[in-house]
Unconditional design. Sequence first.
Length: 277
Amino acid sequence: MTTAVAAPFRFFSLQVVRTRRLGPSLVRVTFAGDDLVHFHSQGRDQSLSLFIPAEGRIEPAVPIELGDGWWQAWRELPDGIRAVMRSYTLRALRRNPDEIDIDFALHGVEPGAAAPAGPASRWAARACAGDRVLLLGPALADNRAIRFRPPEDTDLVLIWGDQTAVPAATAILESLPATTRVRAWLEVPHAGDIQDVTTLADAHIEWMVGDTATEAVRGARLPSAERPYVWIAGESGRVKELRRHFVGERGIDRRRVTFVGYWRQGLTEEQLRVADE
Ligand SMILES: Cc1cc2nc3c(=O)[nH]c(=O)nc-3n(C[C@H](O)[C@H](O)[C@H](O)COP(=O)(O)OP(=O)(O)OC[C@H]3O[C@@H](n4cnc5c(N)ncnc54)[C@H](O)[C@@H]3O)c2cc1C
């Protein structure tokens, strides 16, 4: 069977090894699989496409044996069979044994939640050892699904992320050298979701509980810098608002601002893909 898509990406057949609750709204799922020997990534905000089984099924249905035709064939599978595709971030890659971690924000799974959970959040909340998924991920360490790319002359890195971007932001922070100055605002729903971050960088990290980080950014006095680089990810509406703030009000060159909408209030990822098409 060929699982190759266009290099540098390919499918990986994985199973859950263990899960660990990092806080009330974040669970770390560790995956293993023989294919991971071919998985290579420089990390940072490496994004992945995860395929989870449709509700009530054991295997994620994706016709990868069709090679390049898999996408169309997957879309044509009936509802209730077709695997659910969602975007996530590589939180960690380890060797001997080969394992990867993905941190899932849990939304809508708590009793009495205002909005119902999506399939990925529901899947992650119940995940156990042995559960099967397919991953479309990198076979080449430097690939276009890594978006955090500060220009070489950057003298200050500014980071904003909500709970869905905390895995990417913390992986980025861990990757930065001691010479990098960073100001980061990370937003989580509960105080118990705040994590220790290990970084060599000269980083000032502000954790915010609730959706107050946009205000914090607007009001912040930034260290002086001539060539800042900004990375913003999270709910699309807030990402747009912050991009406008950095470019419009702070006068930062738009080419030095990386912004990625990770989800949109009120839309599932399928609806978001259709809206963006
Ligand atoms: C490049 C990229 C990397 C990402 N990395 C991560 C990651 O590492 N970890 C992570 O947890 N997420 C990550 N996300 C976000 C994740 O893909 C979305 O949150 C996704 O919608 C979750 O799927 P779902 O099936 O749970 O909900 P969906 O079925 O897509 O949505 C159901 C409903 O829930 C709402 N919703 C979705 N997410 C949230 C949320 N966090 N809080 C409140 N309401 C929500 C939607 O607006 C919708 O109304 C990433 C997204 C992108 C594009």
